[in-house]
Design a protein. Structure first.
Length: 155
């Protein structure tokens, strides 16, 4: 299972790099036609991967992770306006950090219970790993869609 999750993350990084190439920093932070910005999705992909792996490891979120989560959901006017290379570097660093964590988790009993969030919603190590891949791919799809809209709006 670990290999499949790592492959999904590799594909995600390839797609994110390909589809954001040539976007301006203004476009990365834009919300065309009311879509969520590419910047939000890139931040969310990086940070949610870290959070989901923490849950898979049986941990609760750290104070730092909670601050980052809260910042993700701040209105666009309150969010940092990092340039695209900085956002992609955050994703790449997150995936690099995730690789070793996934390898370790993949050797565990994948049916081991894990609770997610304050409510301790039930899952397992395997379920959390699958969710890392699935959640990442869903947000990559939204990045691709938004990037296509941005390019179409250029004319």
């Amino acid at each position: 299972m670990g290999r499949a999750v790592l492959h999904a993350l590799d594909l995600a990084l390839d797609d994110l790099t390909k589809w954001t190439e040539g976007l301006t920093d203004a476009e990365v932070h834009a919300q065309p036609l009311g879509l969520t910005s590419v910047a939000f999705h890139l931040r969310h992909i990086a940070r949610s991967t870290d959070r989901l792996l923490s849950y898979a490891e049986g941990k609760q979120l750290s104070a730092e992770q909670l601050v980052a989560l809260k910042a993700e959901h701040a209105g666009p006017e309150l969010q940092e306006r990092e340039p695209l290379p900085v956002l992609l570097a955050e994703v790449e660093a997150s995936f690099s950090n995730a690789a070793e964590r996934v390898r370790v988790l993949a050797t565990a009993d994948l049916d081991t219970f894990r609770g997610v969030g304050r409510k301790q919603l039930p899952t397992s190590i395997g379920g959390a790993l699958i969710h890392v891949a699935d959640h990442t791919q869903r947000h990559v799809g939204q990045v691709v869609t938004t990037a296509k809209v941005l390019r179409a709006l250029r004319g």
